[in-house]
Design a protein around this ligand. Structure first.
Ligand code: AHG
Ligand code: MN
Ligand code: MN
Length: 313
């Protein structure tokens, strides 16, 4: 049901919106559980001790790094949801099997606190989540049934898709996620670019692409946080984010299963595209759970242009 700006009389909350998507009840429940976990993560980010794992706080208690704490918060919630059979996160070395395979169960890959080193300098961070149906996570991103991220910035927002458009919810004063933008769509091309990694390690094609962007007057917008950087491009509907192969890091830095696949799913749902330089991110068949891939993601024509420069090389 469309909710035109200005015609919505009541706030639409996340659960109601999910129910209107005609998806399986278990998936509604799972996404709501992840959204609930986000409330505890933002509390930890806002008020938790800043420190490294293994050190102790003012009271002599051992303190956990925020990414480890966020991982525990989300993992616990997923295990108790009753609808998850396998879990993988950036903080885990292997897939955690929670339940035996059965109909109506999901597997979840997530980055509990992307950009965690930015919390120290009070910049925005986020949680990124990929959801597949069944218990296998080593599948191309194209088979995701849902993807979402939660952005912990000056406000908390949650952006999700279950393959029926991309929708943004913002946390209100009661900590409820209420609909703020529905069916987010991207323009074919934009004037924002977010380039990750060290420029003096770019290959010639990427360097030429950056020079092309500079020459056309594109704005440099890079915070070092994947979630806020993608959120800006997605919600403004224009721009490109890249984390290319670097000299010495041929696969870049970002992880396919819980960083790139969910973001590529959301961006494609909004009309944009995402490539590793050769094939769409969502078509990559992963070989291993920690797989890295280079990425060019954002407006369709901008990604296409990046590929032209790469292929000239
Ligand atoms: P994480 O904190 O989960 O390890 O990931 C940080 C990522 C991502 O947020 C961002 O896009 C990228 O690292 C920034 O890396 P550079 O500083 O190398 O550009
Ligand atoms: Mn990360
Ligand atoms: Mn992380």
């Amino acid at each position: 049901m469309p909710h035109e700006p200005g015609t919505t009389k009541f706030q639409i909350d996340l659960r109601r919106h999910l129910r209107e998507q005609n998806i399986c009840d278990n998936l509604v429940h799972l996404i709501c559980e992840i959204a609930e976990a986000g409330k505890y993560v933002i509390n930890a980010v806002r008020t938790g001790d800043l420190g490294v794992a293994g050190t102790s706080n003012l009271y002599g208690e051992e303190q956990l790094a925020l990414d480890v704490l966020s991982d525990r918060i989300i993992k616990k919630r997923l295990i108790h949801s009753g609808v998850v059979c396998s879990i993988l996160s950036e903080e885990m070395d292997e897939v955690l099997n929670v339940k035996p395979e059965a109909d109506g169960l999901y597997s979840v890959g997530y980055d509990p606190l992307d950009g965690s080193s930015l919390v120290d300098v009070n910049l925005a961070v986020g949680t990124i989540v990929s959801i597949h149906s069944g218990c296998t996570l080593l599948k191309p991103g194209r088979s995701q049934v849902a993807a979402l991220y939660i952005l912990y910035g000056p406000r908390v927002s949650l952006v999700y898709s279950v393959g029926k458009g991309v929708h943004e919810f913002t946390m209100n004063h009661l900590m409820e996620y209420t609909l703020t933008r529905e069916n987010i769509t991207m323009q074919p091309a934009g004037n924002i670019y977010s380039p990750g990694g060290l420029r003096n390690k770019y290959c010639e094609g990427v360097e030429k692409f950056v020079r092309y962007l500079e020459a056309k007057g594109a704005k440099l917008r890079y915070s070092g946080g994947f979630v806020p950087d993608i959120n800006q491009i997605l919600l403004k509907g224009k721009g490109i984010f890249m984390y290319p192969a670097l000299n010495g890091s041929p696969k870049g830095k970002l992880r396919l299963l819980f960083e790139l696949n969910p973001m590529a799913y959301l961006i494609e749902q909004a009309g944009g595209s995402a490539s590793n330089g050769s094939i769409p991110i969502l078509d990559i068949m992963p070989d291993e759970i920690g797989q890295l891939e280079p990425v060019f993601i954002g407006c369709k024509d901008d990604v296409e242009k990046a590929l032209e420069f790469l292929n000239e090389e």
